[in-house]
Design a protein around this ligand. Structure first.
Ligand SMILES: NC(=O)c1ccc[n+]([C@@H]2O[C@H](COP(=O)([O-])OP(=O)(O)OC[C@H]3O[C@@H](n4cnc5c(N)ncnc54)[C@H](O)[C@@H]3O)[C@@H](O)[C@H]2O)c1
Ligand SMILES: N[C@@H](CCO)C(=O)O
Ligand code: NA
Length: 431
């Protein structure tokens, strides 16, 4: 057998400790598949005495400073599982690549912000930069886009890319519990990011979508152009109406090529209950990719947690151990070509709108007039109950229109005296 592949692990949190456990538990099969053993030779974490539930052999060299480890450790690969788009994580990755060491990272924030520049550095140094764990955790979606679908022109990639949000939305629907209560539970289960606003405000999903866009369309990562909304405003009332109308609410990331350029958007969506993605529940992630020859293909699995993430990191390590190399974003960096960002106002599709209105004559007529003036056509309307003079919900679904027309109509509706809360809009995606 060839000499072992020596790795240094920067960060021993959920992912790092999970990786150390996986490499120990599955050492035999991994060595057989790689043609060589994968050996943890160095680690760096902040607290050496902490019990992480995994044994670190005495032969492993400990570094107080992960950057020093990246600069000095006698290894072939540095695994960066600290996190953060800048600071120490970036320093570790740059230092390792500059030495010509390959890097495996789970860090989507780093890649969304600096992916192209890091890919260039890796390419110049002949090193691999691999990140299967960074997008949809254990689902091998990076490999699917780079290798399995390599013969296709990709038209669209859509995904449930944040397990925390999917868990929250699923649990809210199943139990009727509050958003905050369910979020606390997701954090306790280890799904949430260190900063939970990254999960619930859609930023984590956007980081992941940005990477998928680059792979799907051979463009440089472009995080700044993304439209990003989270799930803070989704209420139990909307979840209930969605059910009544035959939809489920999901936080989706959508990357699509249009005549105007590339759409990259993350926001809550209503998807028909019969769509496969509507039934991906709890902490599970899913990605739907549409290629011109393959058609639609769907990938589902666990997007977070120690086991699934370690599984993805290990797959990248096996590739490196085997000597398999693919360009970081599917094509050499020089072949990544920017495409214009399609403006969000050009989005075409159907909409759900919930208003809280005073129950009095003429309100529906005023709302309808605002929609009519923007050529927005009503598909369904629900106004449950009757409470003269009191506040009641008025819910509509609207036929395909543009985001721009919808924005204008909603702005006018929001100014009506009988509309007592800002209108709530959820885009309907017919997947
Ligand atoms: N947890 C998941 O399910 C999951 C899934 C996919 C991707 N990721 C990504 O993986 C990365 C790690 O996530 P995690 O959940 O394991 O985080 P974590 O907070 O559990 O672990 C991070 C580790 O890095 C260590 N660390 C921080 N600063 C350090 C420094 N200066 N030097 C050395 N170590 C340092 C911390 O002590 C901790 O052990 C992040 O980029 C995250 O986005 C996590
Ligand atoms: N916080 C992320 C972890 C995986 O990247 C999630 O909930 O999906
Ligand atoms: Na993955």
């Amino acid at each position: 057998m060839m000499k072992s592949l020596k790795i240094a692990v920067a960060g021993l949190g959920t992912v790092g400790a999970g990786l150390v456990k996986l490499l120990a538990d599955n050492a035999g099969i991994i060595a057989a598949r790689s043609g060589r053993a994968i050996e943890v030779a160095a680690v760096s974490a902040r607290d050496r005495s902490k019990d992480r539930g995994v044994a670190i052999p005495d032969s492993v060299v400990w570094y107080e400073d992960a950057a020093v480890m990246a600069a000095e450790a006698d290894v072939d690969v540095v695994v960066e599982v600290i996190g953060g788009s800048d600071g120490i994580a970036k320093q570790v990755v740059e230092t390792a690549l500059a030495r010509g060491l390959s890097v495996v990272t789970a860090n989507k924030a780093l890649l969304a912000h600096h992916g192209t520049q890091l890919a260039k550095l890796a390419e110049d140094k002949g090193a691999a930069l691999a990140f299967e764990a960074a997008v949809a955790g254990g689902i091998p979606i990076i490999k699917a886009l780079k290798e399995g679908l390599a013969g296709n022109s990709i038209a669209q990639v859509t995904g449930i890319l944040n397990g925390t949000c999917n868990y929250i939305l699923t649990t809210m629907r199943e139990t009727g519990r509050d958003f905050a209560d369910v979020l606390a539970e997701a954090q306790a289960l280890g799904y949430a990011e260190a900063d939970p606003s990254f999960d619930i405000d859609g930023v984590d999903a956007a980081h992941k979508l940005c990477i998928l866009t680059s792979l799907a369309f051979a463009t440089p990562v472009d995080f700044q152009s993304m439209h990003v909304e989270g799930i803070r405003h989704i209420s139990a009332v909307d979840i209930e109406f969605a059910e009544k109308l035959g939809y489920r609410i999901k936080l989706l990331g959508i990357a699509r090529k249009t005549e105007l350029g590339v759409e990259q958007r993350v926001h809550p969506c209503m998807v028909p209950v019969r769509a496969p993605i509507a039934r991906v529940d709890g902490v599970f992630n899913a990605v739907v990719a549409e290629g011109d020859f393959v058609g639609r293909s769907i990938y589902e699995g666990r997007g977070a947690g120690a086991g699934p993430t370690a599984s993805a990191v290990a797959a990248d390590l096996v590739d490196i151990a085997r000597g398999c190399r693919t360009p970081t974003f599917g094509v050499p960096v020089a072949a990544l070509s920017p495409l214009p960002a399609a403006p969000m106002t050009a989005r075409q599709g159907a909409y759900y709108m919930r208003l809280m209105v005073l129950d009095r004559p003429g309100v529906l007529a005023d709302v309808s007039a605002a929609l009519r003036d923007e050529q927005v056509s009503v598909e369904q309307m629900i106004q449950p109950g009757r409470a003269p003079g009191e506040t009641v919900p008025m819910v509509m679904t609207l036929h395909d229109t543009t985001e721009a027309a919808m924005e204008r109509a909603v702005a006018r509706i929001g100014t009506l005296a009988a509309v007592v809360e800002p209108p709530r809009i959820i885009r309907i995606e017919n997947l």
